[in-house]
Write a protein that binds this ligand. Sequence first.
Ligand code: GDP
Ligand code: MG
Length: 425
Amino acid sequence: MKNSAIVGINWGDEGKGRIVDLLCKEYDYVVRYQGGGNAGHTVVIDQGKFALHLIPSGIFHQGVVNILGNGVALDLENLWIEIESLRSRGVSVTPDNLKISDRASLLFPWHKMLDALEEERLKDKKYGSTKQGIAPFYSDKYQKKTILMGELLYNKNLKEHVKDILEWKNLTLKGVYNAEPISFEEISKWIDEYQEKLSPFICDTGKLLKQAEKEGKNVLFEAQLGSLRDLDYGIYPYTTSSNTLASYIPLGSGLASVNITEIIGIVKAYSTCVGEGPFVSEWFGEEAEKLREAGAEYGAKTGRPRRVGPIDLVATRYGVELQNATSVALTKLDVLSYMDKIPVCTRYKLNGKEIDEFPFPTLLSECEPVIEYMAGWKCDVSNIRNWEDLPENAKKYILYIEKAIGCPIKLISVGQERNAYIERK
Ligand code: GDP
Ligand code: MG
């Protein structure tokens, strides 16, 4: 029996989907436990390239049961679009290989409206939201103003419950944002539609996972985003509105008693960040453009160009610590092959002093990166499959990172295809 987690160490988009897809053949279940359809987890397989948003990245493997746990922001509308889109490309998605927790809360159309209205109100002070309704959703969940998925099956007073919440929500839409209120009829139809389409997927996933535990099954937990976007420990307020850390797994998965035995942290060989917020090692201009192009750094969900820069060892070390990672998978090493010398942000400079500990979030905007350079390898590494065959300078780069972050790098990804990786014993 194994309980493993695949989590992001940086700002997200480290390649979690790609690694889940690679490793999940050894698992019986893949569980998403936080976040919502704002995720973009890219998986490249023989049938082509897929960007998954809410559906766990185990969906391409026969025999793997994928679970959306109680901690996710359950956007039924987008989930259905995602299911249909996968099916149209020949991927089987059925109530046998996808299960939705009866305790997951529903993300409603008003959450997306409020997200967009608030970003608009903030103008140049906006948070850089993907406008998928995630922040309004989680605040409503904590206010106990959401509907649980299981209510679509069990609650005879479901429509009454929806009506009460909508009445309250319309006060905000009208009163705060001067927006059109949403009609009950519209939402009632919305509920009917998704109740019909998605009820067969509803399940007491906590019970299912408990049973799996008793039977000694292997469970893989898949996170969205990365350490630095964690609501409590990240670059607040430029975080997401959920907890991206492995420590949230017991709460968000449905298996409250779970003992995670292996935490694989995904680190990108350089830094990227989508949206607003401090990003100390950020590059601008031509060198940024070159790296962005080399790494194809455009958001899987939004298509937005990602901000890019050298690997940030201060932030990465902090990210590894937060996740309590037992090993690291380093992705996109191949992207750096074009560089003559590889930049590394080893420390920050704050008020004239060099620091190597990640500071309080508001101090980040005053930090400057201290950049050191390592020799490049200047050759294509994307076909290499053995550690011994890597160029010496690439090995040096990996070993340097490993030492600096204090966690063994056991897997190195050198391409987006499933088999483009090197395992380090
Ligand atoms: P996630 O959100 O953490 O799952 O990551 P994304 O899918 O948003 O972003 C990672 C991107 O890098 C995807 O387009 C992957 O196909 C791609 N990718 C993953 N690993 C590698 C790699 O080792 N090399 C290259 N060139 N691309 C990779
Ligand atoms: Mg992504």
